[in-house]
Structures are given as C-alpha cells and as structure tokens.
Design a protein around this ligand. Structure first.
Ligand code: RIB
Ligand code: CA
Length: 312
C-alpha cells in the first residue's frame, strides 16, 4: 500500500528535485501538490510547481495555489538563491497543466477529512503557512494527520537567512510555532543534515547523461543552485535540502537523529525564526520532533539517481 502524501512547496530548484523524487517512487502516492509563497512569490511558485509536475509526465497529480503571504508578517523571498523565476537553471515552457481552482488550504482540509484518519502524511518543504492556516481553519484535521515531514530549522549548523534562523522557518515563524505545537508527529530535516547532502560534479554529470528530460533538468537546476552555496560556504557542491524529506519516507535508515523538544522563537530581537532544539535534553520540555542530524550521503544520491532515471 503506497503512502499517501500531500507536498506543500515553494519551488525552488531543490523543491523540484523533491517533487520529481516523490513522483518517481511507487511507494508514494502524491495526492496533490500545494504551492506556498516562499523562495519566490506565490504567482511563481504555483507556476513552477505545475512546470515540475508536467515535466514528470504525471498529469494526474493536481496542483493548487495556497497562501500568498505569511500569517502575520511581510513575505521574505530568496531570488538571490533561486533566481528571478525561482526555478532558474533550465528553460521550461509555460505549463499546460491547469492550476486547480480550489484553494490549496481547502484541498489540505478536504483531503484530510476525506481520507481515513492517520493515512495522509504532509511533506512541507517551504514556509509552513498553508499547514498552519489549515489547522487554524479546521482544528479537527490535526488529529487525522499521520505525520508531518518538513525541511526546516537548524541547530548546530545555525541559520542561513539570518545568523539564527533557517529560511522556511524564518519566513513564517508564527506558522512554524503553530505546527510544532500542534501535537502532530514531526520529522524535521534541518540544515544540520541537509548541509551534508551536497551534490558533486560526478553525480550532476550522471544526472545530465540520463536519457529523457528529467535527469538533464535536475543537472541544470543544481548547476544554478550550487553557485550560491559554493560561493557562500566554500563547499564543493549544493545542499539538496528538500529531497531529504522524500528520501526519509523511502529509506529512513539513511538518516539518524533524536526525538527531542523543538520550540520556535517568534519574538527574539536577533533570533526570530530560530528552532530552539533541545538536543542535550536540558529543558525538561516534552519531545515533539524527530530532529535529524546525519545522512548517508552516498546512499541518498544513489537513491536520487536511480529514481530520477525512472522518469521521462
Ligand atoms: O533553507 C532551505 C529551504 O529554503 C529549502 O526548502 C529551500 O527550497 C528554501 O525554501
Ligand atoms: Ca523549499
């Protein structure tokens, strides 16, 4: 029985690889893709989500637009990382795949009410606005969520958009606080682990050499995406943040971490958006998240190559 998921996303080159990985994997049934404002405004993330789903050939998967701004703050975007389209690196045609008329938050609510309780996993790879808004509008769905697997936060690795905060959490800290406090089982994929998921030239060239269009697309996106991180960190490759969430669903043994308490700072003068991860369990606060820290990098990239090779 395939695991049913909804992907909430702000494509974003790394989001695009995560979406392709999910659509290439028979262990996963993607019920829908919901765009959120984040890396670039919603008007672009929804188009990018449709472009990626169309590229995969999976025109059966519906794409929705969700919230166009954070719950309580102005939107902060990341064109400096992802380019002006949010999906720079290759040219893709305007999508023919239609955008669903239903609001993405209503799709999340309706799906969780329709599907059997405990059978739908939410995979959040952008700011948590849509999920927090769905929980606010329909508190009855919270107990029905199987688990939320999210890319966000940082502890030992510290922040990437401020010295203290990772981008997805920083963009909408109030949404993140609502999600981390909702009591839903959480798997958190922070920069501590995604900064170990670095591409390398041989892997990118193997992607480029794949038959079909998806492998070369991933190569083009990572060529573009890595320029920022290699310049900033001096690293040899780009961190593939978002695909780590899908890879955890497919092969959790590739990752390791701890069940700990994680709180979200929403009022810090310098630390707003920080994930205060009690790694050493000194707070006495109840655990609310599986906070991952390490990954079998070679195993992850072997999985990515094998699965993307299955796509057209
Ligand atoms: O900080 C990395 C996260 O922010 C990733 O999800 C990336 O796509 C951006 O949204
Ligand atoms: Ca993202």
């Amino acid at each position: 029985m395939a695991r049913k998921i909804i992907i909430d996303t702000d494509p974003g080159q790394d989001d695009a690889v995560a979406i392709l990985l999910a659509l290439a994997s028979p262990e996963i049934e993607v019920l829908g893709v919901v765009a959120v404002a984040g890396n670039v405004p919603l008007a672009l993330t929804e188009v990018n989500a449709r472009k990626v789903v169309e590229l995969s050939g999976r025109r059966d998967v519906p794409v929705f637009a969700g919230c166009d701004r954070p719950l309580a703050r102005a939107l902060v975007t990341a064109e400096h990382v992802h380019g002006k389209t949010g999906l720079d690196g290759i040219e893709l045609p305007a999508p023919d795949l239609p955008l669903q008329a239903q609001h993405g938050v209503d799709f999340i609510i309706g799906t969780l009410r329709r599907e059997a309780a405990g059978t739908v996993t939410l995979v959040a790879i952008g700011p948590l606005t849509n999920i927090a808004e769905a929980f606010r509008r329909a508190p009855d769905i919270v107990a029905r969520v199987e688990r939320i697997v999210l890319m966000g936060g940082a502890y030992f690795e510290v922040g990437n958009i401020t010295p203290a905060a990772e981008f997805n959490i920083f963009v909408d800290p109030e949404a993140a606080a609502a999600v981390f406090g909702a009591g839903v089982p959480l798997t958190v994929m922070p920069l501590d682990v995604t900064h170990k998921a670095l591409t390398d030239r041989s892997w990118i060239e193997a992607m480029r050499a794949l038959p079909g269009r998806c492998g070369p697309a991933v190569a083009g996106w990572t060529d573009f995406f890595e320029r920022f991180d290699t310049a900033k960190y001096g690293s040899l490759g780009a961190p593939l943040h978002d695909p780590c969430t899908i890879a955890w669903l497919l092969q959790p043994e590739l990752f390791s971490g701890r069940e700990i308490n994680v709180e979200i700072e929403t009022e810090g003068r310098w630390t707003t958006g920080m994930t205060v991860a009690d790694w050493w369990r000194v707070s006495g606060r109840a655990s609310n998240a599986l906070f991952l820290k390490d990954v079998d990098r070679d195993g992850l990239f072997a999985l990515l190559l094998e699965r993307i090779a299955r796509l057209p």
